[in-house]
Design a protein around this ligand. Structure first.
Ligand code: ADQ
Length: 736
């Protein structure tokens, strides 16, 4: 039976040596909870770093750690201190983390860090590959492992691979500054499904892919080689019941079993009838907006001094990444700010800010959530932010107000919170006042709506939805009917060519015999191409046919003096060897007068786009236009054209960076049939790159060799990588 393998930087197990005894404790973090059912199912495993560096363990301890992890269905990726310094603290946390959170000034691109990142991703890949079987599902988590999907796919294409990013995905303008942007995208594109917390992150990712990689994008699907990659948003939830039930339990605590923290909170509450607590909980991270929050609280106290002596900010910050310089600076800044404000404003009976720099056990976290009248969650940038959801889950009495930054992914789904800009102190001060004074009825209405949503879309549901979508994404991958042309097959075709008595080669032009140029008029045939085609055409009983979407005038200019068969305008005109041009259909082109102004309007509003007018068609080229703008404009243009395509007598061809409007009953398939109808060929070879060539592949007899340029969905029998291989292939087939 196939299994699901979870891969993340850290394992969901905390390992520690206490007096030389190994203690393993499973983590109760959000991800671990969400994955619980996935992880416990069948023979599922979790792969990641154990938290213990290689050098710090004896050989016996390593075995002991592996055995303890195996008990928890986990497998460790062995990492050294150097790996952790360069891959984790280095590239992951001084390049990717700040860059993806829009802290460009904190971003450091160090070659040695990048090299370590590549190496460690490979180490993860090695361990995963040792532990999977064909057909297994692998779910890779987060920014530390962006290269992993591709590394796995390369070695084992049978795997179903999902990737989820827990942090924001920045706009292209930021992402493009990374020297290894191409490699990072390449790595992620190894997945079948790429998930983000919000639609905006997904949109930014697709935009980066469209601008950096040469791929086809259709809404949230990326066609990459022979694969389709789905991109979607899956807002992560929390283990709602765990928080909600813990809060219900909290109310039943007898006085003597209360924590010191809870006793102090009770004391504060009793000190004044109007006393209120505002809660702030985060990892100590510059993305969380901690200094801004403190400053805006000070601003609030100064703007509304009537609250002095009554309202307290309880600020809990968990130590995080303490060996990264920016985190040390942030800690110092926070300490100083709290010190200064408490020094300025405290009275004998009141301290405005209670500040804890430590991690709290779960029960005390619940004490804080339950006791706070307001939660202030105001990160300057945050992928999702689970604290906001946890606070809501613990409000069992349906009172309490959440102030939430619009920069947190959570703001996209928690509309009933008071949404603020974390940089606007005045707005935050007013929001604090509004929260403190909010009528009970309104608090209840807002909380009910929030709780309803968060309890329904909890972390287990999140994991389930992702895996369901992953399965669908894998199944959506087109079945590759075309086979790669192997040297043996080429040899076989060449043998056939040598012995056949009547031979036809149908050759598409742009993207096949020549590469794409920014301007279509620049794609003239080279001398090398002429020489090769002449050589083939002079073989006994051999006919070269150029079958192109180009207009008659252009193709005549390039090949008129040659003794080849020419098909132009996607099949509207045919010139057989030694004969005159013949129209394959009686066609009208008066429709152009109506369509041309539409294309002109779109050209004017799309810098880089241009119109090519052919005898029987109008082509709108957008290869030189900005990729994202072109994607939008082509969508609009297709929509407009659809309404103008008079009773289906016209159709729009969606080619390679070109939209072409032409008469419906013209296509390369009909043209190819026209060529072969009166002659008995015993060798037919057809090659093309565009989907307009698909008509030709489809219409040819089964005995024909049909070859697609590019490994994409096709009805051709074979494919080759790209147009740089075409001339070599023709040379080999025709020279034995
Ligand atoms: P984080 O940046 O770690 O996660 P967040 O989503 O808020 O941020 O999760 C923090 C977790 O730590 C919460 O479960 C909270 O209860 C706990 N916690 C905070 N302070 C604590 C303390 N002092 N003691 C004990 N526990 C504490 C990253 C992204 C987020 C994204 C998550 C999940 O940065 O944007 O929401 O992953 O994808």
């Amino acid at each position: 039976m196939n299994k699901t393998v979870i891969v993340s930087n850290r394992l969901p197990v905390d390992l520690k040596y206490v007096d030389d005894n190994l203690v393993a404790k499973s983590s109760s973090g959000g991800l671990a909870t969400g994955m619980k059912s996935v992880h416990s199912e069948g023979n599922g495993i979790w792969i990641g770093w154990s938290g213990l560096a290689n050098e710090d363990m004896s050989d016996i301890q390593k075995l002991e750690v592996d055995a303890a992890l195996a008990n928890e269905k986990c497998v460790a990726v062995p990492l050294s201190h150097t790996d952790i310094d360069n891959y984790y603290y280095g590239f992951s946390n001084t390049a990717l983390w700040p860059l993806f959170h829009y802290f460009q000034a904190y971003t450091e691109f160090e070659l040695s860090h990048w090299e370590s990142y590549v190496e460690v991703n490979q180490k993860f890949a090695d361990v995963v590959l040792e532990n999977v079987n064909d057909g297994d599902t692998v779910w890779v988590h987060d920014y530390q492992l962006l290269l992993l999907p591709e590394l796995l796919r390369k070695k084992n294409p049978t795997l179903t691979i999902g990737f989820f990013l827990h942090i924001p995905y920045p706009s292209y303008e930021l992402f493009r500054t990374c020297p290894w942007r191409n490699e990072l995208l390449q790595g992620m594109l190894g997945a079948d499904l790429i998930g983000f917390h919000t639609y905006d992150y997904a949109r930014h990712f697709i935009s980066s892919v469209g601008r950096i990689k040469d791929v086809e994008i259709n809404f949230n699907e990326i066609s990459y080689g022979n694969r389709i990659i789905k991109v979607d948003s899956f807002p992560m939830g929390i283990d709602y019941n765990r928080y909600h039930n813990a809060a219900l339990e909290h109310d039943k605590y007898p006085e003597d079993s209360k924590s010191e923290l809870m006793k102090s909170i009770d004391f504060h509450n009793r000190s004044n009838d109007e006393s209120k607590l505002i809660l702030s909980i985060d990892r100590m991270d510059y993305t969380k907006g901690i200094p801004n929050r403190i400053k805006s609280f000070e601003y609030f106290l100064n703007k509304y001094p009537e609250y002095k002596g009554k309202v307290r900010l309880v600020m809990l910050a968990v130590p995080s990444r303490e060996n990264v310089a920016q985190y040390q600076l942030l800690k110092r800044e926070t300490d100083e700010l709290v010190g200064r404000i408490n020094g300025d404003l405290s009275t004998i009976s009141w301290t405005p800010i209670w500040y804890f720099y430590r991690s709290l056990p779960f029960d005390e976290l619940i004490d804080l959530y339950v006791s706070s009248d307001v939660a202030m969650v105001t990160p300057v940038r945050d992928g999702m932010n689970l604290v906001a959801k946890e606070y809501v889950a613990t409000r069992t009495k349906e009172n309490g107000v959440l102030i939430l930054s619009e920069m947190a992914g959570a703001a996209k789904e928690m509309h009933e919170a008071i949404i603020v800009n974390p940089n606007n102190f005045d707005q935050i001060a007013d929001s604090i006042k509004m929260a403190l004074e909010m009528p009970a009825e309104e608090q209840k209405t807002r909380l009910e709506a929030l709780q309803k949503r968060i309890s329904r879309y909890d972390v287990e549901r999140w994991a389930g939805e992702f895996l369901k979508a992953l399965k669908v994404a894998k199944e959506a991958v087109p079945v590759q009917v075309a086979k790669k042309l192997t040297p043996n097959k080429i040899e076989e075709i060449a043998q056939h060519y040598k012995t056949a008595t009547k031979k036809l080669l149908l050759l598409d032009y742009d993207g096949t015999l020549v590469g794409f140029k920014n301007n279509p008029s620049e794609a003239r045939p080279t001398q090398e191409l002429y020489d090769l085609l002449d050589k083939i055409n002079s073989d006994e009983n051999t006919e070269v046919a150029i079958i192109s979407g180009r207009d008659r005038k252009t193709l005549e200019g390039w090949f008129g003096h040659k003794n080849y068969t020419l098909v132009t305008d996607h099949g509207a005109w045919l010139r057989k060897i030694g004969e005159d041009w013949a129209a394959l259909d009686h066609l009208k082109s008066s429709w152009k007068e109506n369509i041309r102004p539409v294309l002109e309007a779109f050209t004017d509003s799309t810098p880089g786009a241009l119109i090519e007018e052919k005898e029987y068609s109008l082509a709108w080229h957008y290869r030189k236009a900005d990729a994202e703008m072109a994607a939008l404009r082509t969508m609009e243009l297709k929509h407009v054209l659809k309404s103008l395509l008079f009773n289906n007598s016209l159709s729009v061809l969606d080619g390679n960076k070109v939209l072409e409007v032409k008469n419906s009953n013209i296509n390369k398939g009909r043209a190819a049939t026209g060529i072969i109808s009166n002659t008995k060929y015993d060798f037919i070879f057809a090659i093309g790159d565009d989907w307009t060539d698909e008509f030709m592949f489809e219409e040819l007899p089964e005995t024909a060799y049909t070859v697609k340029v590019g490994n994409v969905k096709t009805v051709a029998n074979y494919f080759i990588k790209d147009n740089t291989e075409v001339l070599g292939l023709l040379q080999r087939i025709t020279t034995l």
